[in-house]
Design a protein around this ligand. Structure first.
Ligand code: PMP
Length: 398
């Protein structure tokens, strides 16, 4: 019996394939340094864990309202007001099972078959796959190292067609670590306002910005606020990836669509996690600052070390916990005579010969690059980047 044909167009996660390979090598007793993780390596702060424990002990363990408890929605409304200067009411908020779920709900709410979604590359690898699963068409717009891996107003304008439904802007960005400045966002606003398209603003790395940079949201521009669907969550800021809480702030028509989908597909987000998320967002932010500052130190270390590798150029990216080095080019060979012609070849070679795991840029729509996550210890960063250095030193022109 034939299965859903759309699945034939969906690529299984490259990162998960890498994890399987790494596990194989580890089982063979190999010492592998992994730079692939997309989550903080810290435990969830104690006061947040305690509120999850309290929720269980208080028997707060039943279904809740489909798009979240009022307490959490109200806390999100005041967070958006005080931290982002955004006016919303609880009617503008939906709580979901992680920001990934927020985005898939939004795409399902927006897309009619064939609608186009503009995605600047490098992009988080789930966006195009989710668009395909929703029977939409991804329009990938490549950005360059020179533009800081950010889409320009001109590029956005040129990509818009009568079929465009939305653009996805992710700042701070996974995988490049780029952060759009207020001015850069301002330049996009005019194009967005003129075209009337929706904007999915993925702000999951909001709290992880460095060098005194500040996060700005496209929803802060009054001309387009009603077009912007803000997506955020607790996974990255509060080291809560396993709790699965994300949220959306948008016009009530979007929230109603999301609520319909969520109520039929998943019921509510986890009751216990909602209580923990309420504590995370409304409680002390001291732990967030501690984690942020450790990430900044690690980023400085990783950048300094990567920067010394001939053949690589790497921006000191001001956000998230990723660096995205660019290779000068391929057409190289390993000492064993294996050709290196793509980021996949390169990542394979670094894993098999040098036992260091990076994510090939091809997964993010940029084949010249690879991604390293510095959500790991100083020791691992030093050891792993030394291996990358050795790997590059051994390559010869092909
Ligand atoms: N957006 C981006 C850019 C991400 O990197 C991630 C996690 N890797 C998510 C959304 C989803 O986060 P979660 O579902 O854990 O909230």
């Amino acid at each position: 019996m034939e299965l859903n044909r759309t699945l034939d167009q969906v690529t299984p996660s490259l990162t998960l394939q890498l994890v399987a390979k790494v596990n194989d090598l580890k089982q063979q007793g190999k010492d592998i340094v992994g730079f692939t993780v997309g989550e903080p390596d810290f435990p969830t702060p104690q006061h947040i864990k305690q509120s999850g424990i309290d929720a269980i002990n208080d028997n707060f363990t039943r279904y809740t309202a489909a798009v979240g408890i009022n307490e959490l929605k109200d806390i999100i409304v005041s967070k958006l007001k005080t931290e982002n200067n955004l006016e919303y009411t609880a009617q503008n908020i939906a709580v979901n099972n992680g920001a990934k779920h927020s985005i898939s709900n939004v795409l399902m709410t927006l897309i009619n078959p064939g609608d186009e979604i503009i995605i600047p590359a490098p992009y988080w690898l789930s966006y195009p796959e989710m668009v395909t699963l929703c029977h939409g068409k991804s329009v990938v717009v490549p950005t360059t190292k020179d533009s800081g891996y950010k889409i320009t107003a001109q590029q956005l304008k040129e990509a818009i067609t009568p079929k465009t439904k939305a653009v996805i802007i992710n700042s701070p960005n996974n995988p490049s670590g780029a952060v759009y400045s207020e001015q850069e966002l301002q330049s996009l606003v005019e194009v967005i306002a003129e075209s009337g398209i929706w904007v999915i603003s993925d702000e999951i790395y909001e709290k992880l910005v460095y060098d005194g940079n500040k996060h700005f949201s496209l929803a802060q521009y009054p001309q387009i606020k009603s077009q912007v669907i803000v997506v955020n969550g607790v996974s990255k800021a509060y080291a809560m990836t396993g709790w699965r809480i994300g949220y959306i702030a948008a016009e009530p028509e979007i929230i109603k669509g999301v609520a319909k989908i969520q109520s039929q597909f998943t019921s509510s987000p986890c009751s216990i996690s909602q209580k923990a998320a309420a504590t995370a967002i409304s409680g002390s932010q001291d732990e967030v600052e501690k984690m942020r500052s450790i990430f900044e130190d690690r980023r400085n270390l990783a950048h300094d070390l990567l920067n010394k590798i001939p053949g690589l150029s790497v921006d000191k990216a001001p956000g998230a916990f990723y660096l995205f080095p660019q290779c000068e080019g391929y057409n190289k060979v390993t000492p064993e005579g294996k050709a290196i012609n793509s980021s996949l070849d390169l990542a394979d070679y670094m894993l098999e010969k040098h036992h260091v795991v990076v994510v090939p840029g091809k997964a993010f729509g940029c084949d010249l690059n690879f991604r390293i996550s510095y959500a790991t210890s100083h020791e691992q960063i030093k050891k792993g980047i030394e291996r990358i250095h050795n790997a590059f030193a051994e390559l010869r022109e092909g």
